[in-house]
Design a protein around this ligand. Structure first.
Ligand SMILES: NC(=O)c1ccc[n+]([C@@H]2O[C@H](COP(=O)([O-])OP(=O)(O)OC[C@H]3O[C@@H](n4cnc5c(N)ncnc54)[C@H](O)[C@@H]3O)[C@@H](O)[C@H]2O)c1
Length: 344
C-alpha cells in the first residue's frame, strides 16, 4: 500500500530481529533495511507452516549485504548470548514465537519451548549486553475473557482463554521483571490480528482466500458472530518503527500511559482501532476474489474469543501515529499477493 505517513525514524544502527522469516519479522526487517539499518535476522524456520514460504521471505532479504540471516532456535544453548556478543545490537525486536490459538491445544509443549524458554534466553542475553531498547511481541489474546472494549493497556488482562495467550502473558511478566531488576528499557507490543501480503497460512484471511479461490467451502466459526480489530501489516510496521524511538524512561507520556511504576517498561496496543464483523471481512475477501464463498456455519472454537478491539490512544500519544489502512484495501492487497504468489 502506498500513501503511508511515515513515522519518525531513529538514526540507523544494528537491530536484532527474531522471527525474521516469519510474516511480521520479514516485513519489519525489509523496512529496517530500506532505512539503512543492519539487521541480524534469527529464525529456526519451524515447520508449523510451509517452510518454503519462510525461505522465500528470507531470500528476499538476503541480497542486502546489511542483512545477516542466522538459522537457529532461540533456546539453543549459548546462541542468543553469542549473537548479542558478536553484533552488539542497539535494538532487539523479538517476534519469534510459536503462534496460533488452536495449535496450542494440540501442541502446548512447543509454546513452552519457543515462548517461555526462548524468551528467557533472549532476556538473559539482553541482561548481559544491555541493548538500548528491547521490544517484544505479545498479543491481544492476553485480554482473554475481558469483555470491556475497546481494550486499553491498563485494563485487566488476567483471564487468558488459550495456552498460547497464557504463554504470551507470561512473557510480559518475565520481561517486566528483567526491566525492573536490570533497568532494561522494554516495550511490549500487543498486536491485534495482523494480515497482509506474505501472511500466515494458518490465519483466517489466508484460509478463506485459499478456499474461495480453489472452490472449497470456508468454515465460519461461532456462526459468524465474531468481530476482530484487523491490522494491516504496513500499519503494524509503522507502529513498531514509531515505538523504536519511544524508549521507556521514568515519566509517563500521558494519563493513559501503561508505564510501570518500578521499571522502564510499558505495554502498547498496535491495532487497527476499528473492529470489523467477521461476515463483513468475508464479504471483503469475496469482493477481492470476485467469487462468493460457500459458508459452513460452525460453533465457537475452543480457546477463541468472540471479539477484539484496540484502544490505540497510547500508541498515538507515544508516536503521533494511528493505523489507517481500510480493511477492503488491505484485503485486496493480500488477495493480489496471494494470486501472484500461488499463480491462481
Ligand atoms: N500475526 C498476528 O496476527 C499476530 C497477532 C498477535 C501477536 N502476534 C505475535 O507476533 C509475532 C510474529 O508473528 P507472525 O504472525 O509473524 O508469526 P510467524 O509464525 O509467521 O513468525 C514467527 C517466526 O518465528 C520463528 N520461530 C518460532 N519458534 C522459534 C524458535 N524457538 N527459535 C527461532 N525462531 C522461531 C518461526 O519459524 C517463524 O518464522 C509472534 O510473537 C506472534 O505471537 C502475531
Amino acid at each position: 500500500m502506498s500513501e503511508q505517513t511515515s513515522p519518525a525514524w531513529p538514526a540507523p544502527g544494528t537491530a536484532l530481529v527474531t522471527g525474521s522469516a516469519g510474516f511480521i519479522g520479514f516485513h519489519l526487517a525489509r523496512r529496517l533495511l530500506s532505512h539503512g539499518w543492519r539487521v541480524i535476522g534469527l529464525d529456526c524456520l519451524s515447520d508449523y507452516y510451509d517452510v518454503t514460504l519462510k525461505q522465500r521471505r528470507h531470500a528476499l532479504l538476503e541480497p542486502d549485504t546489511r542483512f545477516t540471516p542466522v538459522i537457529g532456535r532461540l533456546e539453543d544453548p549459548g546462541l542468543m548470548m553469542d549473537l548479542f556478543a558478536a553484533h552488539k545490537p542497539d535494538l532487539v525486536i523479538h517476534l519469534a514465537a510459536q503462534a496460533g490459538v488452536r495449535n496450542s491445544i494440540e501442541r502446548p509443549r512447543d509454546y513452552v519451548e519457543a515462548n517461555l524458554v526462548g524468551t528467557f534466553e533472549l532476556l538473559e542475553a539482553a541482561r548481559a549486553h544491555a541493548p538500548r531498547h528491547l521490544l517484544l511481541a505479545s498479543t491481544s489474546s492476553v485480554y482473554g475473557a475481558n469483555n470491556d472494549m475497546p481494550y486499553g493497556e491498563r485494563d485487566k488482562a488476567d483471564t487468558q482463554m488459550s495456552f498460547y495467550a497464557a504463554t504470551k502473558k507470561a512473557t510480559e511478566a518475565m520481561a517486566h521483571s528483567y526491566a525492573h531488576l536490570y533497568r532494561l528499557p522494554t516495550t511490549m507490543f500487543r498486536f491485534f490480528t495482523v494480515y497482509g501480503p506474505w501472511g500466515r497460512p494458518d490465519m483466517a484471511h489466508f484460509l478463506f482466500t485459499d478456499a474461495i479461490l480453489h472452490g472449497r467451502p470456508i468454515k465460519v466459526f461461532n456462526e459468524g458472530e465474531m468481530s476482530r480489530d484487523f491490522t494491516y501489516v504496513d500499519d503494524l510496521v509503522d507502529g513498531i518503527v514509531g515505538l523504536m524511538a519511544a524508549v521507556p524512561g521514568d515519566t509517563p507520556v500521558s494519563a493513559r500511559d501503561s508505564l510501570s511504576p518500578v521499571a522502564p517498561f510499558r505495554v502498547v496496543n498496535i491495532g487497527g482501532s476499528r473492529p470489523t464483523r467477521l461476515m463483513d471481512f468475508i464479504a471483503a475477501i469475496e469482493a477481492a476474489c470476485g467469487r462468493e464463498a460457500e459458508k459452513l456455519m460452525m460453533p465457537m472454537q475452543p480457546g477463541d474469543v468472540p471479539a477484539t478491539w484496540a484502544d490505540t490512544g497510547l500508541l498515538q500519544d507515544l508516536t503521533g501515529y494511528a493505523p489507517k489502512v481500510d480493511v477492503r484495501d488491505g484485503v485486496q492487497a493480500f488477495v493480489d499477493w496471494y494470486r501472484d504468489y500461488y499463480r491462481v
